[in-house]
Design a protein around this ligand. Structure first.
Ligand code: SF4
Ligand code: SF4
Length: 98
């Protein structure tokens, strides 16, 4: 991807360019985990900006990467704003943007 294209993608993210990352994991406040919890979490994801990003793909990701239940997807999915605060944080956590 050229730097100009990368810059445009960062300013106006698209789910295709992102790879549907917010459907592929859970975000959990890191809190104050025990050493055993840290060991387990480190096998499942990463910590970025005080939050755990646990790799756990949704059951409803279709083969083409789209939502297989789009018309009836949960409310939290409907309200998740492309380019919003959580979208941007997820994209940063998975290296989709700086
Ligand atoms: S993190 Fe944002 S850009 Fe990526 S799939 Fe989710 S809504 Fe789309
Ligand atoms: S239900 Fe659909 S939109 Fe919601 S996380 Fe699963 S694949 Fe993504």
């Amino acid at each position: 991807m050229s730097s100009a294209t990368q810059e445009a993608a960062t300013m106006n993210p698209t789910c295709e360019q992102c790879g549907g990352q917010c459907c592929r994991g859970l975000v959990i406040p890191a809190g104050n985990p025990t050493p055993e919890q840290v060991e387990w979490m480190e096998c499942r994801g990463r910590v970025v900006d005080g939050q755990w990003y646990v790799d756990a793909p949704c059951l409803y990701i279709a083969e083409d990467g789209r939502c297989a239940i789009y018309a009836t997807r949960p409310r939290v999915c409907r309200e998740y704003a492309v380019g919003g605060e959580h979208c941007r944080a997820t994209r940063r956590a998975y290296g989709r943007e700086a």
